[in-house]
Write a new protein. Structure first.
Length: 181
């Protein structure tokens, strides 16, 4: 029997040691350390304090605990990665899969600044329509309906029911006053 790639892999097994999980474990620890250090500068101090309680929790406690937990998971992944029997499937990705991920990343990168310029509802509708068309949806009527109904519903729930602000489109403000949004 001639050795094929599958036979050789079955006999020897996947290689143990340094792999992409090890790299991500190290990256998680580094990201955790960076987050832990920058968190105090990212949390605003209150303008005035009504009660000086010595036992009060500091505002940066829970974000720092999350950063520590993130680092702990990174350490765990680092050490666990040496015993994981996993083949690197990233090498087998075709161009279409890579293009899908890159287009999605570009659209998400554009979405944030676009939302600040034209508002939540319109930017969400544009991104939903563009991504669904890119991924193969050819029912343009359904795409238009979903692209409009979903962002308007989310805008209504967040602004009216949850009392949270989202970037409005210039027409969103009059529509909100008229209770249409």
């Amino acid at each position: 029997m001639e050795p094929t790639e599958e036979n050789v892999e079955q006999q020897t097994g996947p290689a143990h040691g340094f792999n992409f999980n090890t790299v991500f474990g190290v990256l998680f620890v580094v990201a955790s350390a960076v987050l832990f250090l920058i968190i105090p500068g990212q949390i605003e101090k209150p303008l005035f304090v009504l009660d000086e309680n010595v036992n009060a929790l500091k505002p940066n406690l829970f974000p720092r605990l999350a950063a520590i937990g993130f680092g702990g998971l990174g350490v765990w992944l680092f050490f666990r990665s040496f015993s994981i029997d996993e083949k690197n499937k990233f090498k087998n990705l075709d161009r279409q899969a890579i293009a899908n991920v890159l287009v999605t990343l570009v659209m998400m990168s554009v979405y944030g600044p676009l939302m600040m310029q034209i508002g939540f509802v319109v930017s969400s509708a544009v991104v939903i329509a563009a991504l669904s068309t890119f991924f193969g949806n050819r029912s343009y009527g359904l795409t238009a309906a979903i692209s409009i109904v979903i962002p308007v519903s989310i805008f209504f729930v967040f602004t009216n029911l949850l009392a949270t602000s989202l970037p409005p489109f210039p027409i969103d403000t009059p529509l909100t006053r008229l209770y249409l949004l």
